[in-house]
Design a protein around this ligand. Structure first.
Ligand SMILES: CC(C)(COP(=O)(O)OP(=O)(O)OC[C@H]1O[C@@H](n2cnc3c(N)ncnc32)[C@H](O)[C@@H]1OP(=O)(O)O)[C@@H](O)C(=O)NCCC(=O)NCCS
Length: 476
């Protein structure tokens, strides 16, 4: 199989316009114009270390919330228990990447020549530095990723020998795990590198891994759905998404644009979701970034998390098979009622969001612009009209509105990617941007091993009884 050709990347320290400053963190710091991301981080990290250390020492005993029995049994919803810098989710307005909404990112992040959607390279820069990158900075990231995209032959051999029945997510996660043979962090750790340098090796592994993910994903795709055809070579002049689309076998410009948008919006959703939290937890054991991201991918593969985008399209396809391509609202209602007898409606609801997911909205805008007459899109629009009311009527669903997964599959299938089992792999490639940019900061800020206290039901009952006794004696 021909593997990508590489050229030497020069680090360009050109004069560029000043960065916009966004987010809490960068408000305190002047921006740097360097195009080498590691240099920019080297400049930012000591300042942020100082700011966090001062905050911790001044306010370490300030209580920030209450934990109830309901929260403990309820999947820890609402417990503030993690520091996660790269993005924050507001229940009503949705995700902000370093303070920027999706709409702002679409407007402000650099684009490819002739493109309208943000480049994921720019989003990664924003997540990692809290600064909107210049075109030159984004070009630098593209070159770095293009140069690091090769994967070792033993990983190719392993992928080529997986049984076709093995889910693409299992293949993806296994390949990421095996890549840890090349982990610079793991090597540095065993060489006793000082703690203050951990972030540098996590940065190197992160850049390597992000660069390699499209290569791995494309080999899986070609093996499973394109008779094992070769993925071809990376074009060093093209961006990450363009190369990814090409390796997958797609040359439609709109599909490339969709991929740029897709890989941007699926990247991060604050720290408590299953994939982000998993990578945070595993990384806290100083497992290297490959092991941490592989663990995250296993969480993303769950039907209540990333797999929902596959489930949505399966569900809509069955709808079409059952009632045709142009169902009435009434027929759709009936189909939803049938679904609710046995399962959840995929693509609707969210653990934190309480309104329509802006990641859904921007994909809807993309569809309205590029494929307004697509039948499946029309059904997705009808579902938007019909489902929230039906879920609301159940009286228990906290958020009846659509989430990101309700839309993505329909866009992908429009451009010919009909292999639903593969969709979560695309999600995973994107999610790596978020969790790895955070991992660099987790090590830079010296976050310790994560180890929350668990309780048995008996222990919890005893604690509640003792608390009740205390309250009674206070009241008396
Ligand atoms: C995302 C999800 C797992 C969040 O779960 P959650 O935080 O427990 O959600 P809620 O607090 O609103 O759940 C309360 C009840 O409503 C139900 N509910 C939530 N979303 C539902 C949906 N889309 N369809 C049917 N029932 C739903 C829950 O199953 C739960 O029922 P139960 O008490 O009988 O177990 C849930 O909304 C869901 O399963 N959605 C469908 C899968 C999906 O789209 N996942 C991708 C998320 S980005």
């Amino acid at each position: 199989m021909p593997l990508p050709t590489r050229s030497f990347t020069r680090l360009i320290n050109s004069t560029v316009r000043p960065n916009h400053l966004v987010g809490l963190q960068s408000k305190c710091y002047s921006s740097t114009q360097a195009t080498d991301l590691k240099e920019v981080l080297r400049d930012l990290i000591p300042k942020e270390q100082k700011r966090v250390a001062a905050f911790k020492s001044q306010h370490k005993d300030v209580p920030i919330g209450q934990v109830t029995v309901d929260m403990i049994y309820g999947g820890m919803r609402g417990i503030k228990g993690l520091v996660y810098e790269t993005s924050v989710l507001d229940a009503n307005e949705g995700i902000r990447f370093r303070g920027k909404t999706i709409t702002e990112c679409q407007a402000e992040l650099p684009k490819a020549k002739g493109g309208d959607e943000p480049l994921p390279e720019g989003l990664f820069w924003l997540l990692a530095t809290s600064q909107v990158p210049t075109q030159q900075q984004v070009d630098w990231v593209t070159k770095e990723w293009n140069n690091r995209a090769d994967i070792p032959q033993h990983v190719v051999t392993m992928l080529n020998n997986f049984p076709a029945q093995l889910h693409p997510m299992s293949q993806f996660s296994a390949a990421i795990t095996v890549l840890n043979l090349g982990s610079k962090f793991a090597r540095a750790y065993s060489d006793n590198v000082p703690k203050s340098k951990y972030w540098e090796y996590v940065y190197e592994d992160s850049m390597d891994l992000i660069a390699k993910l499209p290569t791995i994903a494309s080999i899986i795709y070609r093996n499973l759905y394109r008779d094992g055809s070769a993925i071809g070579a990376i074009d060093s002049k093209k961006d990450w998404s363009w190369n990814f689309a090409t390796m997958l076998g797609y040359d439609n410009k709109q599909f490339v644009e969709l991929l740029r948008l897709y890989l941007t919006i699926h990247s991060d959703h604050e720290g408590g979701n299953v994939s982000a939290h998993t990578s945070h937890l595993v990384g806290s054991a100083l497992s290297d970034p490959y092991l941490s991201v592989a663990a995250a991918m296993n969480g993303l593969a769950g039907p209540l998390h990333g797999l929902a985008n596959q489930e949505v399209l399966i569900w809509i396809t069955k709808l079409v098979e059952k009632i045709g391509e142009t169902p009435s609202d009434e027929q759709i209602k009936q189909y939803v009622h049938e679904t609710l007898k046995t399962s959840v409606v995929p693509g609707f609801g969210h653990a934190v969001l309480r309104k329509t997911d802006p990641r859904y909205t921007c994909q809807r805008d993309f569809a309205l612009k590029h494929l307004p007459n697509d039948n499946m899109f029309k059904i997705v629009s009808q579902l938007y009209k019909v489902v929230p009311q039906l879920l609301g009527e159940l009286g228990k669903v906290k958020n009846p509105w659509p989430n990101v997964d309700a839309h993505s599959g329909v866009l992908l299938q429009h451009y010919g990617m009909k292999e639903m089992n593969f969709y979560t792999v695309l999600f995973g490639v994107s999610r790596a941007l978020g969790v790895l940019s955070q991992m660099i900061w987790s090590r830079a800020l010296g976050f310790p091993l994560e180890r929350p206290k668990s309780m048995s039901t008996d222990g919890l009952m005893a604690l509640v009884a003792a608390t009740g006794d205390k309250q009674k004696s206070k009241a008396a």
